[in-house]
Design a protein around this ligand. Structure first.
Ligand code: ATP
Ligand code: MG
Length: 611
């Protein structure tokens, strides 16, 4: 059976362009044809214009990046972004940078860093290419960002604003009203530079001033009405400690990070579309030369051509929450057992649920990328898992809700205590994987729902007088059932029909409508089976600002004490199986041991989600 990673192409592999096209692929293909980035240089590490000028022509045809904030565990939405960014780089002879966007000092935690790296690697990607490890953290660029801020001040393109937060908000105007210039907007470049240095040196209190780009207070795009680019915030940063008491705003930091890393295609979600004009404004200003107030030249800081930002629709999945903050709430309020609870849409949760890297890559391919928001049906995700597991998961029989079945004529036909060996293929389409072995006997376990006293119409399994085949075993005829004082069935009784053993000549001479799975009381192994349901009862749990906890499905985990066939006794944690008639199951990565078998249902055999 193939393992998780052996199908995934390395980043250095030759271009692979026969994938379903999308607008991003078209943009990249057109850039490659036109040689938009062909002259770009790369000096082996991120840096400014003079650094890259010393480099050679970039061996990477394109550069993309995956830039998570290390403030939580990654989820299925991030998986889409990872597959997209790393996948495009792989397919077009490029490189994808793994970058921690850790410019916000308050929210980050080193705890999340390793989980994020693990998730990306597990999905089948890596950031090593051309002998370089492209693993970066944005906070390493703080010095440069500061320099870029002074550069803008010296070019007359930024000013220190000391209006109160309320005044600043009021003077920004709104969609219908142009903004008003701040009284601080006309400060001299020299005054701005001194004041900004005082901000840096801790002479001003938190929130007392911000550095703003000087663009246009009347711009129809509110994001261009002199956006703040640096703020004062006394907070200890996980990487830079207390070195800084001023921090760049995300909208200022992100384009600079891209430019220092020579990113060509900076792919983000649609909510950043309105920020694109500022992204372009900033990088254009920083990559051209200016003149200072006294006439001294200011040579360009950043290399050209600039990275370009492209937006795609984020993944919205029905019955699923994809917000790190809300997922964190489920964990801290103990609604789930942790970030890796198999019901969680986190990558660690999906993995524990039995999702494979291939199934998530397939999912990313199938949903594609578009420029308009929509909802993807949860069944699409499950369909990808089924399609991935079906050809590779070993088959097994399991009885999840066991009911005893006694073959009343066994002793007479076969001899008391006799067990009859049966076998079945590990996989119906892969004979090379061999056979599973188990015993037929007098006492078996069947699924409780496979017996009815009074069968409803269309019920072909066990009821008095009916014949069924026990798969890989014999045809039996039900003769009745024993019950306890409450009328609950405790044992089903049946007679074995001789000469009907599967695979023996003439075994199909007795025609039956039903085929049932079973295990033998003699060799079945006890196992805990965990059945999961959707975590929310509403398709759009947090749409329109709804309280998502209101539709939390408290009944989303059912634990069964099951019996499984003996071939599963030595199964390894994380191994995936198809339990015949039941669905796909995975041996729980955390709790499954040789002494206690624990299986999680990954998904059913059929789609039960879509209407
Ligand atoms: P969250 O709101 O869950 O915290 P985020 O967007 O703030 O998500 P980041 O760590 O900033 O999380 O995201 C890293 C990358 O993953 C970004 O480029 C972002 O666009 C992408 N991403 C996050 N959520 C989704 C999603 N639902 N679909 C597609 N891409 C996503
Ligand atoms: Mg974010």
């Amino acid at each position: 059976m193939s393992t998780a990673n052996d199908k995934v192409k390395p980043t250095d592999a030759p271009p692979d362009t026969h994938k379903v096209s999308n607008f991003l692929r078209q943009i990249i293909e057109s850039d490659l044809t036109q040689g938009t980035y062909a002259q770009r240089k790369w000096a082996g590490s991120p840096g400014d214009a003079s650094h890259h000028a010393k480099g050679t022509t970039d061996p990477a045809k394109i550069r993309t990046r995956f830039p998570p904030e290390p403030n939580g565990y990654l989820h299925v939405g991030h998986a889409k972004s990872i597959c997209l960014n790393f996948g495009l780089a792989r397919d077009y002879g490029g490189v994808c940078h793994m970058r921690f966007d850790d410019t916000n000092p308050e929210k980050e935690d080193t705890e999340y860093v390793n989980s994020i790296l693990d998730a990306v690697k597990w999905l089948g990607f890596n950031w090593d290419a051309h002998g370089t490890t492209h693993l970066y953290q944005a906070s390493d660029y703080f010095d440069f960002m500061y320099r870029a801020a002074e550069f803008l001040i010296q070019a007359g393109l930024a000013y220190v604003d000391e209006q109160s937060a309320d005044d600043m908000r009021a003077n920004r105007g709104d969609f219908n009203t142009p903004g008003k210039d701040s009284p601080f907007r006309s400060r001299s470049r020299e005054e701005n530079l001194n004041r900004f240095r005082e901000m840096r040196d801790g002479k001003l209190g938190d929130g007392a001033a911000v550095l703003r780009a000087k663009i246009d207070m009347a711009s129809p795009n509110i994001n261009l009405r002199d956006p703040a680019i640096y703020r004062i915030r006394r907070a200890t940063h996980h990487n830079t400690g207390d070195t800084w008491c001023i921090y760049p705003m995300y909208t200022f930091a992100h384009p600079i990070e891209d430019a220092l890393e020579q990113i060509t295609h900076s792919i983000c979600t649609l909510e950043f579309e309105d920020q694109r004009p500022f992204y372009d404004w900033l990088l254009t200003r920083l990559s051209e030369s200016h003149t200072q107030a006294d006439g001294t030249p200011l040579p360009a800081l950043l290399a050209s051509p600039n990275p370009k930002q492209y937006e795609f629709a984020r993944l919205n999945l029905t019955y699923v929450i994809t917000s790190k903050r809300k997922l964190a709430q489920l964990v801290t309020e103990h609604k789930v057992s942790g970030w890796d609870d198999p019901r969680m849409p986190t990558i660690v949760g999906l993995r524990r649920r039995g999702y494979t890297p291939e199934s998530l890559q397939l999912f990313a391919e199938r949903i594609g990328v578009t420029k308009s928001d929509s909802w993807i049906d949860y069944s699409t995700l499950e369909g990808c898992l089924r399609d991935d597991l079906d050809p590779k998961a070993a088959r097994a029989m399991a009885v999840l809700d066991p009911l005893a079945l006694t073959i009343s004529n066994w002793d007479e036909l076969m001899g008391a205590g006799t067990l009859d060996p049966c076998h079945a293929p590990v996989h119906p389409h892969h004979p090379e994987l061999g056979q599973r072995h188990f015993q037929f006997g007098k006492s078996l376990w069947i699924e409780r729902s496979d017996y009815e006293d009074n069968p409803p119409k269309g019920f072909f399994r066990l009821f008095p007088g009916n014949k069924v085949r026990l798969k890989y075993g014999y045809v039996i005829e039900c003769t009745g059932a024993n019950k306890d004082a409450n009328g609950k069935v405790t044992e089903v009784l049946a007679q074995l029909i001789p000469d009907t053993k599967s695979g023996t000549p003439g075994s199909d001479s007795v025609k039956v409508k039903g085929v049932m799975t079973w295990v033998s009381q003699a060799d079945a192994v006890s196992a805990e089976v965990r059945l999961y349901d959707r975590l929310f009862t509403q398709a759009h749990p947090d749409a329109g600002g709804k309280d998502f906890l209101a539709s939390f499905n408290a009944d989303s985990l059912k634990v069964m004490t099951a019996f499984v066939e003996p071939s599963l006794a030595h199964s390894a944690a994380d191994a995936k199986f198809q339990f015949e008639r039941q669905g796909y199951f995975v041996a729980d990565r955390t709790d499954h041991t040789a002494n206690k078998l624990v299986f999680n249902r990954c998904t059913g055999l059929k789609d039960t989600w879509s209407k």
